[in-house]
Design a protein. Structure first.
Length: 237
């Protein structure tokens, strides 16, 4: 553990989904040393945590140029928070739009909590940069995914740590089709195939069927968004 900052390293908030896997590749292309952090926050489906391990392993096995850059992985237990911030991702609830206009999959303050906890790890590990897959272009009703929220957190964390901390969000202003295109730009068909097969996005935790865009139930909002992005990208390619 260290308190010494290092501008050549980055900490990636890594869930094992399409967006965070693309962000991991983006960071590995730019920083000589990259570490990852994930969170056990009471999510209903353990496949997310397994996907994290599968993606990291495949990144090392399939991309020699990144293998030496990928450092340690950390998993932080936030299950108590997940119980408080009950949603369709942490409890047996229907996926629907609520009276307040937000989807029932919204976990109140999730990114705020993740960024705060990750910043403590970044501080101790010497990272000046944290990378997250937040995106407001494919806005799914999550106010903590907006860049204005991230900018506010960047300011607050830098002040609170008394050290400049940069929050990079490479997907913030692109849609899912462009996210597939970015993955192809970073790692070609090998990275696209890795993301298709190894990542997990489906809200229901379904990995029984491998569609052309990846595993999932095919009907939840996350699957529909991912599938639509795949179609847009392949039609434009």
């Amino acid at each position: 553990m260290t308190n010494t900052s290092n501008p050549d390293t980055a900490l990636v908030l890594f869930s094992g989904g399409q967006d965070s896997a693309t962000c991991l590749a983006w960071a590995l292309e730019r920083y000589p040393r990259v570490e990852t952090v994930g969170f056990e926050y009471g999510q209903r489906h353990g496949v997310e945590m397994q996907a994290r391990l599968d993606v990291r392993r495949s990144m090392v096995e399939r991309f020699d140029q990144w293998a030496d850059r990928l450092g340690e992985d950390f998993v932080i237990d936030l299950s108590g928070y997940g119980a408080i911030a009950e949603s369709a991702l942490t409890a047996d609830r229907a996926i629907e739009i609520q009276e307040n206009g937000l989807p029932s999959t919204f976990v109140p303050g999730r990114n705020l909590v993740f960024l705060t906890v990750a910043s403590a790890l970044a501080y101790r590990r010497g990272h000046d940069v944290m990378v997250g897959g937040m995106c407001e272009t494919d806005f799914s009703g999550y106010p903590d995914c907006r860049r204005a929220t991230i900018d506010a957190m960047q300011s607050a964390l830098s002040l609170g740590l008394d050290r400049k901390l940069v929050l990079e969000t490479p997907l913030m202003f692109i849609d899912k089709g462009a996210t597939w295109a970015l993955a192809h730009q970073l790692g070609g068909t090998d990275l696209v195939d890795l993301i298709r097969r190894e990542t997990h996005t489906c809200y229901t935790g379904d990995r029984s069927t491998l569609h052309e865009w990846g595993h999932g139930c095919g009907t939840c909002p996350a699957c529909e968004l991912r599938a639509r992005g795949w179609q847009e990208w392949t039609e434009a390619a």
